[in-house]
Design a protein around this ligand. Sequence first.
Ligand code: ATP
Ligand code: MG
Length: 348
Amino acid sequence: MAFNLLDKFRKELGIDLGTANTLVYVKGRGIIINEPSVVAINTRTEQILAVGHEAKDMLGKTPPHIITTRPLTGGIISDFEVAEKMLRYFIDKVYEDSALNFLSRPKVVIGAPVDITEVERRAIGDAVMNAGAKEVWIVEEPMAAAIGSRMPVREPIGNLIVEIGGGTSEIAVISLSGISTRKSIKIAGDELNRNIMQYAREVFNLLLGERQAEEIKIKIGSAVEMTETMEFPMRGRDLLTGLPREVMINDGQVREAMINSLRVIVDSIKDIIEITPPELVADIHERGILLSGGGALLRGIDQLINRAINIPVRIADDPLTSVVRGAGILLDEEDLLRETTVWPLSSK
Ligand SMILES: Nc1ncnc2c1ncn2[C@@H]1O[C@H](COP(=O)(O)OP(=O)(O)OP(=O)(O)O)[C@@H](O)[C@H]1O
Ligand SMILES: [Mg+2]
């Protein structure tokens, strides 16, 4: 009886700890947290002032004693202490309305980039354990995204998934619950923002903030020429006069700023196809490529890849949540969880 009661309140979480965004899926409830991976800290008191949306709104606007920081760089934890605090904050937030909060520590399935070192993987596991988990299962992000997109990952079929996040683009061919060929590059959505900032500096002598650059990318950015031209008023500081200035930038210029990075992503997909066994390539040729992650939302990126590789390209439904939905599915499918996770960590 007591057991059944405990069972009812057992906590199980799927987490996507991303460079740009962190999402938490709660078994039986769905996605409860979807916030930027940003933390604001008061350096005088060492206290956390804000996490998530609230902290992102402070980016670039803080007085000297407040810093806004991202605990992940290129998909990997770069500030362990802050990553752990951020995770604890989100996990506590999930259960703050639950009177039975003290009852059990959660089981967690969390996504991690492919091709990371044992030490980096352990850092992710330890951060989640220190944030209060009872056990942690680590699943590679493209695998989680493929599962979240309901690709037939257990079948003897080649599935090519390209997950373009903020810090990394991960390309993987999946078959029989395993990753056959893979590649992870540190050129993804955030690099496109930096490309726009650099373009503004070089071409317009304009110093642009990171948030503005991201807004420009989302509002008028595209990977191939669109039928209609678009413009956006870019506001920043003139490097020559030091004064605020507004310049119109158009979609062609934004594309020019990003094109080299986009080419690197396309070339990496080609590289993977080149080293994938022919039977799997035949499947991919027939079934196409699935794009996921926030970068899949860039206008025309599917067309750019399709033109270069000549294989159908499809964008996942709700690409920003595929990884966390995949982690959530794994909470329900024990066999698949054991087949696809790298190694579990537990407090026992
Ligand atoms: N509509 C859009 N057009 C273009 N890019 C977008 C759009 N929406 C979001 N992005 C970009 O997607 C990126 C975030 O995607 P996502 O949340 O999948 O990354 P992440 O999981 O946090 O990072 P990673 O997996 O690399 O650790 C950001 O760079 C953001 O600018
Ligand atoms: Mg991601």
